[in-house]
Design a protein around this ligand. Structure first.
Ligand SMILES: [Zn+2]
Length: 191
């Protein structure tokens, strides 16, 4: 696919090979960016958790790198909820899920793309219990990608293969994911 280059620049590397470093704006090539215009985002604080003081909506972005491969940076301009603007790198941002409907959309999409399981883990052991426990360490939520605090009330992690607790959820994310798994088990009405 040909890319429209809004501000191309060619740097000559010491090997003599031309290295094309380009700046591409969000409006021109939205597929290069992790966040779209209008995305509701929040910046991570130094501790890795979302900092609600730095919440806003993406209004613009600049992608810098070589479109044929290699490292890149994506920097966004964000309109803060309180009215002013700030800039942040893609890695410093998280998606905000202000409503359960937003979070449910994300979870449904992750189930659709197999990023989240479509069933509960199979029961194991003599008591035939679902292999689940509360996360004891800082971990990342499989649904919303925000960090989970150690022993956060209602948080849960599930074991799909022995010894591997790969899917972890905040309390709210867990409840919605479980609802969606249950909903998928009910055959759709044919009436
Ligand atoms: Zn979560």
């Amino acid at each position: 696919m040909r890319r429209h280059l809004s501000s191309p620049g060619v740097l000559q590397g010491y090997t003599g090979r031309a290295v094309a470093v380009q700046t591409i704006h969000l409006a021109d090539q939205p597929n290069l960016f992790g966040y779209k215009r209008g995305a509701k985002v929040v910046r991570r604080g130094a501790d890795g958790y979302a900092d609600p003081d730095w919440a806003g909506v993406v209004v613009d972005g600049a992608w810098r790198g070589n479109p044929s491969g290699g490292p890149y940076t994506a920097t966004y301009r964000i309109k803060r909820d309180r009215g002013d603007y700030f800039e942040a790198e893609e890695l410093a941002l998280l998606t905000r899920f202000d409503t359960d409907a937003d979070l449910r959309d994300e979870i449904r999409e992750k189930i659709r793309t197999y990023a989240l399981p479509r069933s509960m883990p199979p029961a194991r052991g003599v008591d035939r219990k679902e292999p689940a426990r509360q996360p004891q360490e800082v971990s990342t939520c499989s649904a919303c990608s925000h960090q989970i605090r150690p022993r956060e009330p209602g948080s849960m992690e599930y074991e799909y293969s022995p010894g591997q607790f790969r899917f972890r959820f905040h309390s709210r994310c867990n409840a919605i994911w479980r609802e969606e798994v249950r909903r998928r088990l009910v055959p759709p009405s044919r009436l």
